[in-house]
Design a protein around this ligand. Structure first.
Ligand SMILES: [Zn+2]
Length: 353
């Protein structure tokens, strides 16, 4: 992996224990409709009977190029998402990234799906959104609630769509050319984090393949031998990638090359360019290594990001759930495809949780 780095900030205590309490809840209903061309409106409504507060990072209302809907071609194959996946802190969350809705209340968001996927082939595209969004009390993630949308079918004009996509791509390619770390201190901490991530990933690979069945089942929701082999292979690929700072497929920047770091964001990944970037909060909020079970730290955060990158292992993992409680409630198929599942499993192996 190629790394570049930047300034050390004060090391504050990591606070990533997630005391998740999940009550039965109907969740959020999302209604997707077409505004014009590839511009989409989403109405997000609380269909439950209780007030709810959730993180809208990587969700409707986030103004960054995040994935709000999955896109499918006529043959049901998923169209590649070319935007970013952001990882955020699990406590100390500020009001600007939180949305509160009373029963029956709703909000709207508009976005252009051509800005985060190549739709230049045009034709019929189906949009759908489902998953779980983290719920918050007093600035700390305490659980998650499901969201689900209608399936919206649109006819895409490939020429118009390619004009939108081209604008995003040109900007990103220009920025990724800046590969140097302006801070020796950030460089130092990132280099150490990657060494630790390599160690965590190697331990996790062994545990996935040969370790106790109960722990593997706890995180990956199955003890199937083929699943254990695939998980071990992904960890070994991440270990190899993290153990070299001068070669590999990933461009790992020690600082925010694309101005995507806002308050609460630790790091982000962009799959199509195999790029990862740390935010200042990565250095300010996280300890170098985890000091408790299920905690966030620099090493496992970098490991989480490496799991997203298809240059490390295909397909790059998604963000389907964050934190221990939500992660261990996923289906086996979703667990295998969820970045935080790997980070938390590696943490559990290392700390013997
Ligand atoms: Zn992620």
């Amino acid at each position: 992996m190629w790394i570049s780095s930047a300034a050390l900030l004060a090391m504050l205590p990591s606070v990533f224990a997630i005391p998740l309490v999940e009550a039965p809840y109907p969740g959020l209903d999302v209604t997707l409709s077409q505004v014009e061309d590839t511009r989409i409106k989403a109405v997000v409504k609380n269909v439950g009977t209780e007030d709810v507060t959730f993180v809208h990072i990587n969700f409707f209302k986030d103004t960054a190029p995040v994935q709000k809907v999955a896109l499918y071609q006529h043959d049901d194959s998923e169209i590649v998402f070319e935007g970013v996946e952001k990882l955020f802190q699990s406590s100390g969350l500020t009001e600007d990234v939180l949305t509160s809705l009373g029963p029956g209340e709703a909000y709207e968001d508009e976005f252009d799906v051509a800005s985060t996927s190549n739709l230049s082939d045009g034709g019929r595209v189906t949009l759908h959104s489902e998953g779980r969004v983290p719920t918050v009390e007093n600035g700390t993630i305490t659980g998650s609630i499901p969201f689900n949308s209608n399936k919206l079918v649109i006819d895409v004009d490939g020429t118009k769509a390619s004009e939108v996509a081209a604008a995003m791509k040109a900007k990103h390619q220009k920025r990724t050319a800046m590969e140097c770390c302006p801070s020796s201190e950030k460089h130092f901490f990132l280099k150490a984090a990657l060494e630790n991530a390599a160690r965590l990933a190697s331990q996790a690979a062994d545990a996935a393949e040969w370790g106790p069945e109960a722990r593997f089942q706890e995180y990956f929701r199955t003890a199937d031998s083929e699943t254990r082999r695939v998980v071990a292979a992904r960890f070994r690929a991440a270990a190899a990638e993290a153990s070299s700072t001068t070669s590999g497929q990933t461009h790992y920047f020690c600082y925010d090359i694309d101005e995507l770091c806002t308050f609460n964001i630790l790091a982000w990944a962009q799959k199509t360019t195999n790029t990862i970037a740390n935010c200042n909060l990565y250095y300010a909020f996280l300890h170098p290594t985890a000091i408790k079970c299920h905690g966030q730290d620099q090493a496992s955060t970098s490991l989480h990001e490496l799991m997203h990158v298809p240059g490390v292992f295909k397909p790059g993992a998604k963000d389907l759930a964050y934190g221990y409680k939500a992660v261990t409630a996923l289906s086996p198929a979703d667990a295998l495809n969820n970045a935080d599942t790997y980070a938390l499993f590696a943490n559990a192996v290392h700390n013997d949780c």
